[in-house]
Each structure stands twice: as C-alpha cells, then as structure tokens.
Design a protein around this ligand. Structure first.
Ligand code: NAP
Length: 465
C-alpha cells in the first residue's frame, strides 16, 4: 500500500477548510495539518462576515466536522514566515497548500487618502469583528455624515453597521469595544458612492434590500443616474445576470423615496470618481469627478468628465476591494494581488514550484461568496493529487509530528483543536451574559491567557463538544 501523504494547509478560512475537506475525502490516505496565524480558526467567516449575519456563519459547523476528522491537526497561532519558513514546511510535508486569502485593502492613490478619518473598510470590518490586528484602531463617529467609496457587498456591510440601531447590533456578535463606540455615533447620513452606474453596482440584491429594511432608515438614490442609456438597458435585460435588474429595480424605487422623518438616511450616488479626500488635518469631505459610462454593454468604463462634485463629511470608508500580500520565499503578482498559479499549482519564473499549491482569494483574487471557495479548492486539490507521484514515493515525511517538534523547539505556543474548543466555549459563555451569540476575545494574549487559566473540566467539556 502507498504510504500516507502529509499535507500542510496554510490558512483556516473557507478555502483552507474546503481544501482540507477535499484532501480528506480523496482515495488516498492523507493527513492534513492546518496552520493559522491567529489562535482562532475560520478566517473571514469569523472576522469578515458581518456580525448580524449569523446565518452565514453557520458554515462553521461544516468546518468543525472537518476539524474533527482523525487525520486533521490544527496549529493555531502559527504564522508562515514568522514561526516557520516555507522550506521548513516542505521538509515536514509532501506538499503545502496556501490558503491565506487577501488580507489588505486596495489603495485609491489620491491625495488625502492617509488623512485622519479616512479608513479602509477592511480596518473597520476587522475592528467591529474583534480581529486582533484591528483591536486598537480608532474611529470618530462624532459627525453627521459618512461617505463610503465603492458599491460592493463589503460597502453594504459597512453601511449596515453604521446605520443599524444599537439595540439591533447588541443581538449580534459585534465586539463590545465596537458596540460601545457605535452606540454613541452621531452619524445620520451615509453616502455610498460608485464610480459607475446603478446597473454596475456589485451589491448582491439581498444585501441591497437588507439596507432598506433597517428600521428608521430611508434609502434614497440619485434619480438622474436611474435614467439609463442603451448599453445599460442591455445589461439590465441580460437574463444571465439577474442581479443587475434586481438592483436596478431597487435603486429606481429608492430614487422616489423622500422620507424626511427617518432617523438615518442612506444615499446611493453614481458616476462619481473620487479625486481627493480633503480636510484640515482630519477629513471634512471628498471631491469627485463626475463620470460618463463608455463602451459596450458589460464592458462599460467610467470616463472622467470636466464636472466636479463634493460631499462634505466627517468620516470616509474606502471599500474598493481586498488585495493579497507577498509571503517570504514565495512568488507574488503584485499587480493582481495573487500568487501566480495554474489551476492551483504555484508558478515561479514560468515553471511550477514543486509541492506548493494555492487556493481561494490568494489564488483567484477577492471575488465570490463563501461557497465559491469549495469548487476553487477542489480544483487545486485535483492538481495536487494528479502530481502526487512526483512527491510521494521514497520520500517519507512526518507531517504534524515533525512540525510540532520544530515549534516546541522554538517555544511557539501553538493552539491545538482542543485549545480552540475551550476558547470557543468561553466566548459563547461570555456572550450569554449580555444576550449575544458570543463575545470574542479580541486579543491574541487574552486567548492564550484564558487557556493557561482553564481547568481540567474545561478540557473534558471541550473534548465532549
Ligand atoms: P467588490 O464586490 O469587488 O466591490 C468593489 C467596489 O469598489 C466596486 O463598486 C468597484 O467599482 C469599486 N472600486 C474599485 N476600485 C475603485 C476605485 N479606484 N475608485 C472607486 N471605486 C472603485 O469588492 P468587496 O465589496 O470588497 O467584496 C469582495 C468580495 O466579497 C465580493 O465577491 C463580495 O461579493 C464578497 N462579499 C460577500 C458578502 C455577502 O455575501 N454577504 C459580504 C461581503 C463581501 P467597479 O465595479 O467600477 O470596479
């Protein structure tokens, strides 16, 4: 019989878990180790999905079943590049699958972008979701107007969190530090601005509709932009993209809304390209150039006109997409923000890098929903299993055992799956006190500390879960 394969998956978000699932389901006996930079697993499901979207987080039960597999080992609080190198991982495992996502924000490249009060949506999302990297960010909600640049689902999440009544947020697993600040927010107007038109907005219709369902909020849209030309009409009529027509219907309805008694107002504005964030040390507004759409249906670009437009505001969120980061010792396409690959095989200088694979946003860029990562990871694992003979025979590896020994030698405090279950349990218990699904530990040290305080009964209970 062939000897078992030992594979390391780096990253514990959806693409990492779906890669682990595909490996564990393969015909061959595969042992999977999953490395995660933070103590807690689940990546964007824990730290990206909005706290009021608890239904979307139910996918965690699928990931938990994968993690419970006897051939799965979790190494939380272990970062590639910080605690272990890619070469060391390759010496412990037959192959390495990168599933590290796209953690950075994209830049607008305009004046004033780094001014106080101008934030990346990624920072805000991490902050309200209790991500340890963003725990100490500060946001000033002591102003009436916020501008969100970009019209995708992250912009919708940011807008909802800014406009939802605190009593609603309180029922979610939003972090306590964020809830405290948002409950004092004076923001009454949120402008969500797109550089193209209402037909090209990237919201999922369900997310857009949800904004209209927030209590005491009025959604409004620029009526002029809702008078569309032939290319947009063709896009709206395209049955293969029903989202465009659904969004456009909603925007048309919003364009007739004028609910002056609403407590908060969301205004959708279109065909405005940001050119400058201005202020007096901190943000007081955003300047835009009006754009005109040019090109054939589905390929329309925003082309700047001579008309300028400004919105006065006290806070700005740039929500224009995520970007991957280069990892030490691995190739990176800086322009696309991904690891160059062919069907998941990492490519360096035109040739596949033996035994190194990539999946998820790190492979294809920041697109799609959680489920999109399943097919993506299956493709990568198919490539890996096809290549298996090149790295399996006569090449015994010790997998998790050898990695654990290396980390212990370096005094790296790694978190195993039982440790994580204790943290998980304690978070849920903390949440119960205030009627929330959970209260996350928002600092790495806190998570490590609660483990050293945990009693044997906690460990027994975690094992039984
Ligand atoms: P996105 O969907 O790609 O939207 C980015 C937005 O930024 C677009 O409106 C884009 O306009 C605009 N933009 C890009 N560059 C710009 C620039 N230089 N100036 C002005 N505007 C610019 O990205 P996202 O919202 O970050 O979402 C990332 C992925 O996560 C998406 O696949 C999304 O569906 C998914 N997600 C899903 C959910 C959910 O299902 N609930 C929640 C959050 C995120 P153009 O179209 O003109 O480029």
């Amino acid at each position: 019989m062939d000897s078992p394969l030992h594979i390391a998956v780096v990253g514990s978000g959806p693409s990492g878990f779906y890669a682990a699932e595909a490996l564990l389901r393969s015909q061959h006996v595969v042992h999977v180790s999953m490395l995660e930079r933070l103590p807690a697993p689940y990546g964007l499901v824990r730290y990206g999905v909005a706290p009021d979207h608890q239904k979307l987080k139910k996918v965690i039960s699928v990931f938990d079943r994968i993690a419970a597999h006897e051939r799965f080992t979790y190494f939380g609080n272990v970062a590639l590049g910080r605690d272990v190198t890619i070469e060391e991982l390759k010496s412990c495992y037959h192959a390495v699958v990168l599933a590290c996502g796209a953690p950075r924000d994209r830049q607008l490249g305009i004046t004033g972008e780094s001014m106080d009060g101008c934030h990346a949506a990624t920072d805000f999302v991490g902050w309200y979701n209790g991500h340890p990297d963003f725990r100490d960010k500060t946001f000033n909600f002591d102003c009436e107007t916020a501008v969100i640049i970009g019209q995708g689902n992250v912009a919708a999440d940011v807008c909802r969190i800014l406009t939802m009544p605190p009593e609603e947020l309180r029922k979610s697993d939003i972090s306590a530090h964020a809830l405290e600040e948002l409950a004092k927010s004076k923001i009454r107007n949120v402008h969500i601005v797109g550089r193209r038109g209402p037909v090209q907005a990237k919201f999922s219709p369900a997310e857009l509709r949800e904004l209209d369902q927030i209590s005491d909020v009025s959604c409004e849209a620029d009526p002029v932009a809702c008078e569309i030309g032939p290319a947009c009409l063709e896009e709206v009529g395209d049955k293969s993209n029903p989202a465009a027509a659904k969004n456009f219907d909603l925007f048309r309805r919003f364009s007739t809304n004028r609910q002056n008694d609403a407590g908060r107002r969301i205004t959708f504005q279109f065909c405005l390209e940001p050119t400058e964030i201005f202020g007096d040390g901190s943000v007081t507004g955003v300047r835009f150039t009006q754009t005109a759409l040019q090109g054939a249906a589905h390929h329309q670009k925003a082309v700047a006109t001579d008309n300028a437009f400004s919105i006065d505001c006290g806070i700005v969120f740039k929500s224009i997409g995520y970007k991957g980061v280069a990892l030490p010792g691995l190739p990176f396409d800086d322009k696309a923000g991904v690891v160059p690959n062919e069907k998941g095989r990492v490519v360096a200088s035109g040739a596949s890098l033996p035994g190194v694979y990539v999946t998820g946003w790190q492979k294809r860029g920041p697109t799609g929903i959680i489920g999109s990562n399943r097919a993506d990871s299956i493709e990568t694992i198919e490539s890996l299993m096809t290549d298996m003979s090149t790295f399996q025979n006569d090449n015994p590896k010790e997998g998790a055992e050898s990695l654990a020994a290396l980390l212990q030698q370096r005094d790296v405090r790694f978190i195993n799956i039982d440790d994580w279950r204790i943290i998980d349990r304690l978070e849920i218990e903390r949440g119960m006190v205030s009627g929330k699904p959970r209260e996350k530990f928002a600092e790495v040290d806190e998570m490590i500390d609660v483990l050293s305080c945990s009693v044997p009964e906690d460990r027994q209970a975690a094992k039984a879960d």
